[in-house]
Design a protein around this ligand. Structure first.
Ligand code: PLP
Length: 450
């Protein structure tokens, strides 16, 4: 691309210019923070890089370290920063609401929660009009599974192998990767074959995978189920696009078994896929319950469950409440996020820039044997690294080296998948074509040096 410098006969990709310098940082150094984290915070913490980065500022698609060094953020705080880091409209909404009222509880009326509830409901099809606010994706999925169980009077839930739906008792049951599961009681969930076109047993045959769900219903339950939960594209699982035709066939089986279909839109929702605002729309299905978090608040802790009035009625049988769900600062931020996505046409941008970047990554696959697969949609893309294309041997070590070198060149990217060998590219939706070129140039350069 144009954004390259010639140095020692090698084209060194150059980051696109950006008109912002963060204020000087005067806090503790990375080493001091690391020391404190080791001493005082949970030992379960892990880091993306061998030497963890100290990130102190963020502006749109960029992050800045303690020395003011700029990085292109192609991970987006794990698919969470939708509008861009510290987007001025979101910051303004938060500051205004904070100055006026930070918290009251939903036991009183407040305009922020009502306005955002209305705006959110308007983004969903059909009768999906009743919103419950939560603080995270885990909590949203816990609530969705409980609603499905209460509504149907059944306990059995079907989820997909390789799924990630959260880490509390119920959702850890639905999560289906040993990497993310502890050995505590997680009852009533059956895990269906993953309709993974790259590694799955039936390749891209959605109908065959769907038959496995029908088998689970027939041979693993009473014939009646509470529901089915799935992402539209598995995020933590390594950007797995579900085989075509899978979800419509499964939704039909679940409905026949009296269950509710839950769409986990925590990563794929909120315009990230570009072609559609919600991931389920890309599969041509309409769920009974939709859960969301991450992109809904641009990084502010916020989640939601949306369902129909008929289904929502089950929660009136007892008191159902949480202290922070619908907090006015969070919902004011959520409303600002929705407005920015619309005004700045971020869904269209995700489509245009995401399609362009995907093409560039596919070209890299033609060039480098180590790239086994390029997949995803919009600005939710995956690049799977393998040491042997035939055997699909996960390139677990190589990916760490590529990541580290990309970081040294100013690009941050996530990784995941069961084997940890998939790049997860989920930047803020304001990512530009120049950013896409820089990202692909840096990956190209790094791989050319391996
Ligand atoms: N669902 C999906 C698809 C996720 O990717 C995640 C988190 O990564 C969750 C649920 C859980 O969300 P949270 O970490 O906000 O609890």
């Amino acid at each position: 691309s144009e954004a390259s410098l010639l140095e020692n006969d090698v084209l060194i990709p150059k980051m696109p210019p950006f008109d912002y310098s963060p204020p000087p940082y005067t806090g503790p150094s990375a080493d001091e923070i690391l020391q404190k984290r080791k001493q005082y915070l949970s030992p379960s913490m892990f880091y993306l890089y061998k030497k963890p980065l100290n990130i102190v500022d963020g502006k749109m698609q960029y992050l800045f370290d303690e020395n003011g060094r700029r990085y292109l953020d192609a991970f987006g705080g794990i698919a969470t920063v939708s509008c861009g880091h510290c987007h001025p409209d979101v910051v303004q909404a938060i500051v205004q609401q904070t100055n006026r009222l930070q918290h009251s509880t939903i036991l009183y009326l407040n305009h922020a929660i009502a306005e955002f509830g209305e705006a959110l409901a308007s983004k969903l099809p059909g009768d999906l009009k009743v919103v419950f606010f939560t603080n995270s994706g885990t909590e949203a999925n816990e609530l969705a599974m409980m609603i499905a169980r209460l509504y149907t009077g059944c306990h059995d839930i079907i989820s997909l192998r390789n799924a990630y739906h959260g880490n509390a008792a119920g959702t850890m049951g639905a999560t289906a990767q040993c990497n993310w599961k502890f050995n505590v009681i997680q009852s009533g969930v059956h895990h269906a074959l993953n309709p993974d076109p790259y590694r799955g047993v039936f390749d891209s045959d959605g109908e065959k995978y769907a038959k496995d769900v029908q088998d689970l219903i027939d041979f693993g339950t009473s014939g009646h189920v509470a529901g089915f939960i799935s992402e539209a594209i598995q995020g933590v699982g390594g950007i797995i696009e579900l085989a075509p035709g899978y979800l419509p066939a499964v939704y039909s089986s679940i409905k026949k078994a009296g269950g509710l279909c839950i769409a986990d839109e925590v990563q794929a929702g909120f315009a990230r896929l570009g072609t559609h605002f919600w991931g389920f729309e890309a599969h041509g299905v309409v769920p009974d319950i939709v859960t969301m978090a991450k992109g809904i608040g641009n990084g502010i802790p916020l989640g939601a469950v949306v369902t129909t009035p008929e289904i929502a009625e089950v929660l009136t049988r007892r008191n159902y409440f949480n202290t922070f769900g619908g907090n006015p600062v969070c919902t004011a931020a959520g409303l600002a996020v929705l407005n920015v996505i619309e005004r700045e046409k971020l869904q269209e941008n995700a489509h245009v820039v995401g399609s362009y970047l995907k093409q560039r990554l596919i070209s890299l696959k033609d060039k480098y044997e180590i790239i086994g697969d390029v997949r995803g949609r919009g600005l939710m893309l995956g690049v799977e690294l393998v040491t042997d294309r035939q055997l699909k041997t996960p390139a677990k070590v190589e990916i760490l080296n590529v990541m580290d070198q990309m970081k040294d060149m100013g690009v941050l990217v996530g990784k995941g998948g069961f084997y940890g060998n998939v790049f997860r590219i989920t930047p803020p939706l304001c990512f530009t074509k120049e950013d896409a070129d820089f990202f692909a140039d840096v990956m190209d350069y790094t791989m050319s040096k391996m």
